[in-house]
Design a protein around this ligand. Structure first.
Ligand code: URA
Length: 265
C-alpha cells in the first residue's frame, strides 16, 4: 500500500507549484480530494488512489523514475537522514518518492546534486568505469604555480592512492560569473590578495577528494561549489532550489552512462 503523504507535498511533486504555493492553493479552496474541497494543511492523501484536483484539473503522481537537480546550500547534509536531526537534502525536495542523492557533497560544500529513485542510473553514475566528470569552482588560499597545476593535472599521491588526471585552471580573484548566477551567498566580488578562484574537474569521487588534492599542493579550500555533473549544469538554480531534469538533460545523462532513456522502470 502506498504511504500517505501531505497534500501540499503531492501537489508540489506533480510539478504544479512549489510547496508554499501549494499551501496557498489549498487555503484558497482551489484543491479537492475525492470531490471535496480541502482547506486544512495537515491532510494526508494516498497519491496513487485519491483523486486530487487543482482548479478542477486532476493531478497525478509522476510516472516512471524521478530525477531532481538541487542546489545544496552549505551546512545541509547530502545524506537521506541524520541521527542528530540536522537538515538533509531530502528535506529540501518535495516528493513522496524515496529519492536519494547520487554521490555526496561535504556539508561545507555547495552546488549541484542529483537526486533520484533510479537505482540503476545511480549505480552507473557511481561506477568508476563510467568515470563521469564533475566540475567544481573552488576558492583557495594562495594561487597554484604552473608546477602545482601540472601535478594536479597529472594526478597526485594521496593517502588512498594516486588521483586520476584532473582539469585545473586558475580563474583569478574575481568571483566567477557562474557562481554569481547560482546566487552563492557570502562572497566578496573580488577576493582579497592571497586567495584565488580555480576551476577543477575530476572523474573520480573519493571522499573529500578536491579538498585533499588542493591541500596536498599547499592551497587549502575555503569554498567549494559543484557546477556540473556530467552534462548537467548548476546554471541559475539558487541555494535550496530544485527542479526536475528536462527530457533533453535526461537523454544526455542516460547516453553518458549507456542507458536507454526510454527504458521502463
Ligand atoms: N571533493 C571534496 O573535497 N568535497 C566535496 O564535497 C566534493 C568533492
Amino acid at each position: 500500500m502506498a504511504e500517505k503523504v501531505r497534500l501540499q507535498k503531492v501537489i508540489a511533486a506533480a510539478g504544479i507549484a512549489s510547496r508554499r504555493k501549494a499551501e496557498e492553493l489549498i487555503r484558497a479552496g482551489r484543491v479537492r480530494v475525492n470531490g471535496k474541497v480541502v482547506r486544512e494543511l495537515g491532510v494526508k492523501v494516498d497519491p496513487e488512489k485519491d483523486i486530487i484536483e487543482v482548479d478542477g484539473r486532476r493531478i497525478r503522481p509522476p510516472r516512471g523514475h524521478v530525477y531532481i537537480l538541487l542546489h545544496k546550500p552549505r551546512s545541509v547534509l547530502s545524506t537521506t537522514s541524520d541521527p542528530f536531526g540536522r537538515p538533509t537534502v531530502i528535506d529540501l525536495v518535495p516528493t513522496d518518492r524515496r529519492v536519494f542523492p547520487v554521490g555526496r557533497l561535504d556539508a561545507d560544500s555547495e552546488g549541484l546534486m542529483l537526486l533520484t529513485d533510479d537505482g540503476l542510473l545511480a549505480e552507473r553514475l557511481s561506477h568508476p568505469r563510467y568515470g563521469h566528470r564533475k566540475e567544481y569552482i573552488a576558492l583557495v588560499i594562495g594561487t597554484p604555480t604552473e608546477k602545482e597545476l601540472r601535478a594536479l593535472q597529472r594526478g597526485i599521491v594521496l593517502e588512498d592512492g594516486r588521483t586520476g588526471p584532473a582539469e585545473v585552471k586558475v580563474l583569478g580573484r574575481r568571483v566567477p560569473q557562474e557562481v554569481l548566477d547560482a546566487g552563492v551567498p557570502g562572497l566578496q566580488k573580488v577576493s582579497p590578495r592571497g586567495f584565488s578562484w580555480l576551476r577543477i574537474a575530476i572523474a573520480e569521487g573519493r571522499k573529500h577528494q578536491v579538498r585533499r588534492m588542493l591541500k596536498a599542493v599547499g592551497h587549502p579550500v575555503i569554498r567549494l561549489i559543484r557546477v556540473a555533473i556530467g552534462p548537467l549544469r548548476l546554471g541559475r538554480l539558487q541555494p535550496g532550489q530544485w527542479r526536475a531534469l528536462t527530457p533533453k538533460e535526461k537523454e544526455r545523462l542516460f547516453q553518458e552512462v549507456g542507458l536507454n532513456h526510454e527504458r521502463k522502470k
